[in-house]
Design a protein around this ligand. Structure first.
Ligand code: GYE
Length: 328
């Protein structure tokens, strides 16, 4: 009798555990499907609109939606991760078919990704990623479409290793704290510059990917480190701010101090032509065609890679003038 009871209990426990596992696994693996339709109502949750990169990205998304005849529900989080979460929740409430999300920071947007999944709305991450320990492509969202930010930072460091001509003291202007491009552009650069040897990063501070913040941070770091002879900015906007700070301090950007940046907008490529920026790694903001093409493939049931990678060009004095017309 005692044995039977024990066996019955054991069997019951095993059954409960198995059911729990199955339910958990099914939930974890289930991406919401996307119906094949002639037209869609699609959300695009933008981070902010304070720079040419963002404006070019929004334009590209709007142009492509218009071309396809889809309705685009567009929101601008105005630089606030909390607002961006609210924006996504409002898209869910409006019953969009799919959400394109440019997560401003890696961790705070996780609840938005999970809320969309729970509501049965597929999410495609655009240009920035979320924390990979907390959410995964193919499980929680469809895919991440964007550049290899680690490689972008590495390419800047590799250019320096070849072209610094004895200059070695670096000020690094980081992008938005907690954002994937800031984390990865720092990692790729710092590791490659350490491996190259002979360089010192005097200071590394966030300028929030913004021009005036970049100018202010560059100004105070140049005062603290007047011997700095290299400025590496995680984006063009902060590089333009740094150029203003250098000129205000009576220094010649591009000559007295090497200036390097990432993004490759027209203004920065023109600055390479003018000799004020020494080199720029491109980060292409024209996501529209690739974003909607990926969405169509998903609706057709095709397998989508966890990362749909964008290729980036490189601008220096050898090609900047010729490439100027193509830059956004
Ligand atoms: O470099 C910057 C923008 O997420 C890759 O964000 C993007 C970055 C881009 O604000 O200019």
């Amino acid at each position: 009798m005692r044995d039977i009871t024990r066996r019955t209990l054991l069997l019951a426990a095993t059954a409960v555990a198995a059911a729990g596992l199955t339910a958990g696994a099914a939930f974890a693996q289930d991406l919401p499907p996307l119906e094949k339709k002639d037209t869609y109502k699609v959300g695009f949750a933008q981070t902010e609109s304070n720079n040419p990169w963002r404006i070019a990205q929004t334009q590209s998304m709007q142009d492509e939606a218009k071309k396809l005849g889809y309705q685009l529900v567009y929101t601008d989080a105005a630089g606030s991760a909390a607002k961006q979460v609210a924006d996504v929740n409002s898209m869910i409430a409006q019953g969009v078919d799919l959400i394109f999300l440019a997560p401003r920071e890696e961790k705070p947007l996780i609840p938005a990704v999970m809320a969309a999944k729970k509501a049965g709305i597929p999410v495609i991450l655009l240009d920035r990623n979320v924390d990979q320990a907390l959410a995964k492509a193919g499980t929680d969202y469809v895919t991440f479409i964007g550049s290899d930010f680690i490689d972008e930072g590495k390419r800047v460091a590799e250019w320096l290793a070849k072209n610094a001509n004895g200059k070695s003291k670096i000020i690094e202007l980081e992008g938005t704290t907690g954002s994937s491009p800031a984390n990865d552009r720092k990692k790729g650069f710092d590791e490659a510059i350490a491996a190259a040897g002979g360089f010192t990063i005097l200071a590394s501070q966030s300028g929030d990917f913004a021009r005036d913040k970049g100018r202010q941070v560059a100004e105070s770091l140049l005062q603290a480190h007047p011997d700095a002879d290299i400025i590496y900015a995680h984006n063009d906007e902060m590089a333009m701010g740094a150029i203003a700070a250098l000129e205000a301090a009576g220094k010649k950007p591009g000559t007295d101090v090497i200036v390097l940046s990432i993004d490759g907008g027209k203004e920065a490529v023109q600055a390479v032509v003018d000799g004020k920026i020494n080199a720029v790694v491109e980060c292409n903001p024209r996501f529209g065609p690739k974003a909607f093409e990926t969405m169509a493939k998903y609706a057709a049931g095709e397998k989508i890679d966890a990362w749909v990678k964008n290729d980036d060009k490189f601008y220096d004095p050898s090609n900047a003038a010729a490439e100027l017309a193509n830059a956004y």
